[in-house]
Design a protein around this ligand. Structure first.
Ligand SMILES: [Mg+2]
Length: 274
């Protein structure tokens, strides 16, 4: 096999595919605004379970919860909270409506990311500093081609819209920005992929998905698409691969792995030809 350009780990080449529909995940794939959300969600869940799950020590509990969160990354937040409610029932507790958990999680997360959002909104920090390296140039290159670009996220839609605007990338996606809506199944990533393919009469092999979550990579493969895993190290940056993400995304069926979009020239050539 010919060597892939630097920064690209090739599992299966996209040879012969002509992509028309490109779906991006938002958090961790393009946006860094919500970096560290797991560090908010996991401790909160441990806090909920610890007083009830008396048979598990804190470490075992943290491992169990981390696994739950990993498996549900990419699903609407409410699904992650539903899993927590199941865990509470399993150990004999009586969980509240998962929406209550979600409310508390969002309160904590918004406090955690407020500084970043404010810094961009006030012009103190350039939008591109809160994007993965090379992301804007990659989006620009794609916008010049005859492609439908779509942004899909498990985060609530009003936040996705607001943060995409804040980062000045909303313009690349036009009306195709999808987030979770009132915890409605029809707004999940799989549903969005299915609907976009059906509405635009696009066969699965014309679908390209870029994401850092298990769910979107698995959904893409399920639909017959080509999946680029963005195994971004959101903290270190600088082209570093997050090995944990890489591992999971390869298991989800990823066809190619990148750390960020600094390899954009090679990536565009590989995906779309000269
Ligand atoms: Mg993501």
């Amino acid at each position: 096999m010919r060597p892939a350009p630097p920064g690209i780990e090739m599992i299966r080449r996209p040879e012969g595919r002509r992509f028309r529909f490109v779906l991006f995940d938002f958090d961790g794939t393009l946006s860094l605004l919500r970096e560290g959300w797991q560090g908010v969600m996991i401790p909160m869940m441990v806090e909920v379970l610890e007083p009830i799950a008396t048979r598990l020590d804190r470490d075992a509990l943290a491992r169990l919860i981390t696994e739950d969160v990993e498996e549900t990354t990419g699903l609407p937040t409410i699904h992650q909270m539903m899993r927590l409610a199941e865990r509470v029932s399993e150990v004999g507790g009586t969980p509240p409506d998962p929406k209550a958990y979600k409310g508390e999680y969002l309160r904590r997360l918004l406090a955690h990311i407020k500084g970043r959002r404010d810094a961009v909104a006030s012009g103190q920090v350039e939008p591109d500093q809160m994007l993965l390296a090379g992301a804007r140039a990659f989006l620009e290159a794609l916008a010049k081609r005859d492609l439908v670009l779509c942004l899909a996220s498990g985060t609530d839609e009003p936040y996705v819209l607001e943060e995409a605007r804040l980062l000045e990338i909303d313009r690349y996606f036009g009306p195709h920005v999808y987030g979770a809506r009132d915890d409605d199944e029809a707004s999940s990533k799989s549903a969005v992929i299915g609907r976009m393919l059906a509405e635009n009469r696009i066969p699965g092999d014309e679908l390209l998905v870029l994401g850092d979550g298990f769910v979107e990579i698995a959904d893409c493969k399920e639909a017959g698409g080509y999946a680029v895993a963005v195994a971004s190290d959101e903290v270190a940056g600088g082209g570093c691969i997050n090995e944990w993400k890489r591992d999971r995304l390869l298991r989800a069926g990823a066809d190619m792995v990148i750390a960020d979009f600094m390899c954009r020239d090679g990536l565009v050539r590989l995906l779309f030809g000269a």
